[in-house]
Design a protein around this ligand. Structure first.
Ligand code: AMP
Ligand code: ZN
Length: 114
């Protein structure tokens, strides 16, 4: 998708060091971390948000989620705990319109979220 910053990251037009990459997704550090560990996981196919993932592409969601679990384990935050966030559309505060999971950890999280 033209003018999508995350598509540019996937195409390596914006140099970014990937924590993980396969044929369907990439994971990389958030540029403005909100926790000691703040990693974004995104599909290589462009969907603006969860609202836009077609029913027949739903497997990508479990793939992203289970990869977040694996990365949490590798980052050493699995046992202490972590938070996975999927902001969706305007009221959530979603800013980048390419679906992404946030994996946050390394500090105590607050609830309710802001
Ligand atoms: P959201 O508000 O859920 O859309 O989150 C977008 C996230 O993308 C924010 O946490 C930003 O800090 C992050 N972000 C934006 N541009 C980049 C970039 N070039 N590299 C890494 N993270 C980015
Ligand atoms: Zn995109």
């Amino acid at each position: 998708m033209e003018n999508c910053i995350f598509c540019k990251i996937i195409q390596k037009e914006i140099p970014t060091s990937f924590i993980y990459e396969d044929d369907r997704m990439v994971a990389f550090k958030d540029i403005n971390p909100q926790a000691p560990i703040h990693i974004l996981l995104i599909p290589k196919e462009h969907y603006a948000s969860l609202n836009d993932v077609p029913e027949d592409k739903k497997d990508i969601l479990s793939h992203l989620l289970l990869k977040a679990r694996q990365i949490a384990l590798e980052q050493g935050i699995s046992e202490r705990g972590y938070r996975i966030v999927l902001n969706t559309a305007r009221d959530s505060g979603q800013e980048v319109l390419h679906i992404h999971f946030h994996l946050l950890g390394g500090r105590r999280m607050n609830w309710p979220p802001g």
